[in-house]
Design a protein around this ligand. Structure first.
Ligand code: DMJ
Length: 513
């Protein structure tokens, strides 16, 4: 699947950003229509799909193609482009992938096979630096410290820019910016990303502790008061925990735990006892951040990442139940509709752009439980992707999950995330699994190593007079806190889960979705 998608991109689309899998051609920014944000936020005229796929090639052990791809990126990609892109998308898809590939190339142990590059002179790190410098204007002239959502890579923040941004977009930059800072020894990047997180955090509701989904970066007023786990919010929560896992700053964990508790208190509906094979699965709904009152009756497919995050924090039982709910929807349509109305039991927004979130959670749940049920789920997903999304040249967005009509777009995250998680699910002996929790996945599925290099705090040194009051946790201590609570329980989980499998299958089958 990956090979067909990647080879098709290279053959028909490179050096364009994306592949149009129906017409077998490339796609770049929509210069004729600058308001086409769906395209222009993501496509920067910088061979996006090639960059986003780099570490998938390594994870799959394809050293010759990885080396070729890295050289192509070094030789042909420039960020000196008159492209206005979303800071978040450029960060997670491009910056994150460049850093991940750099980490893989410079790893002395080379666990994925020979991924070294002859005469490598840190070019990918320099490119990441160059890109991040071009994104920095987004953090200037904002009264709250929350960044502008978009920058032009040549000219900075466009005149008359929108002052409104979403929580996930502004508050999920810390992993990539923090790694860059710590690799370069330049605190600037982490500092601006951390300031944005803290500014958003300070704006949470006094009443519920929840954050909304859209905020004005100058006034700090919430424009979108919806609090949920999906679009506009998802990776904000994910990066509180993942920043802690990487950098060991306890304040990140404290924020995450607080947020997680508020999510449980205000967003989670549904009866308990799902893990006994009875009752309804939990449902995480969208509520008003100030009152906690229900705002609508849909969930979105992005939310399916949440069980994976719950695995990381050790809430495996809730993760199992929530995952089962999304899988039940997948089973019904052979895909996840972008929005599913749980009251009408029908899609509200019926397209499926090859998103990875359900596969991601399936993979992480399999790692935590080793229950073969998740292999079954993965196979089911794989088969429906082959059946409904395979096109002449690659894999296509499903325009309508009921009608199974296709759209001419293969988003870059299909190769960087969807294919990677599917591959890893079935590749028990992959170096990622033999590394002893050495790797963590960014929100775009890029692997980054959890190691001492990222534990030296840099950012407080540019705040003269401020003491670094944060407590640091060493990576090996962290494992004991976060991972072993899941992984060491595997034998128990197996005993506990295996008899439940049939209950689960029955429950999923009869779930009235
Ligand atoms: C990816 O680009 C990232 O996972 C992001 O956090 C939100 N989801 C898309 C893919 O669905």
């Amino acid at each position: 699947m990956f090979a067909f998608g990647y080879d098709s991109y290279m053959q028909h689309a490179f050096p364009s950003d994306e592949l149009d899998p129906l017409h077998c051609c490339g796609r770049g920014p929509d210069r004729d229509d600058p308001s086409n944000l769906n395209i222009n936020d993501v496509l920067g005229n910088y061979s996006l799909t090639l960059i986003d796929a780099l570490d998938t090639l390594a994870v799959m052990g394809n050293s010759s193609e990885f080396q070729k791809a890295v050289k192509l990126v070094i030789d042909t990609v420039s960020f000196d482009k008159d492209s206005t892109v979303q800071v978040f998308e450029a960060t997670i898809r491009v910056l994150g992938s460049l850093l991940s590939a750099h980490i893989i190339i410079t790893d002395a142990k080379q666990p994925f096979g020979d991924m070294t590059i002859k005469d490598y002179d840190n070019e990918l790190l320099h490119m990441a630096h160059d890109l991040a410098v071009r994104l920095l204007p987004a953090f200037e002239n904002t009264k709250t410290g929350i960044p502008y959502p978009r920058v032009n890579l040549k000219k900075g923040v466009p005149p008359n820019s929108n002052n409104e941004t979403c929580t996930a977009g502004a508050g999920s930059l810390l992993v990539e910016f923090g790694i860059l800072s710590r690799l370069l020894g330049d605190s600037t990047f982490e500092w601006v990303a951390r300031r944005a997180v803290k500014a958003l955090w300070s704006l949470r509701s006094n009443n519920t502790g929840l954050l909304g989904n859209v905020v004005n970066i100058q006034t700090g007023h919430w424009v979108g008061k919806q609090s949920g786990l999906g679009a506009g919010s998802d990776s904000f929560y994910e990066y509180l925990l993942k920043s802690y896992i990487l950098f060991g700053e306890k304040e990140d964990l404290e924020m995450f735990i607080d947020a997680y508790q508020n999510i449980q208190n205000h967003l989670r509906r549904g009866r308990e006892a799902c893990n006994e094979g009875e009752g309804d699965p939990p449902l995480y709904v969208n509520v008003n951040m100030f009152t906690g009152q229900l705002m609508n009756t849909w969930i979105d497919s992005l939310q399916a990442f949440f069980p994976g995050l719950q695995v990381l924090i050790g809430d495996v039982e809730d993760a199992i139940c929530l995952h089962a709910f999304y899988y039940a929807i997948w089973k019904r349509y052979g895909a996840l509709p972008e929005r599913y109305n749980w009251q009408l039991q029908a899609p509200d927004v019926p397209f499926y752009p090859l998103r990875p979130e359900l596969v991601e959670s399936t993979y992480l749940l399999y790692q935590a439980t080793k229950n073969p049920f998740y292999l079954h789920v993965g196979m089911d997903i794989l088969q429906s992707l082959e059946k409904y999304t395979k096109a002449k040249c690659g894999y296509a967005t499903l325009h309508h999950v009921v009608e199974k009509t296709k759209e001419d777009r293969m988003e870059s995250f299909f190769l960087s995330e969807t294919c990677k998680y599917l591959y890893l699910l079935f590749d028990e002996d992959n170096p990622v699994h033999k590394s002893g929790n050495k790797y963590m996945f960014t929100t775009e599925g890029h692997i980054v190593s959890v190691d001492e290099r990222f534990r030296n705090s840099l950012w407080q040194d540019i705040l003269p007079g401020e003491e670094d009051s944060t407590e640091k946790v060493k990576p090996n201590e962290l494992k004991a806190v976060n991972f072993s609570s899941n992984c060491n329980r595997v034998p128990d989980e197996r005993r506990y889960l295996l008899p439940l499998k049939s209950n689960y299958m029955r429950q999923i089958d009869r779930m009235s979705i």
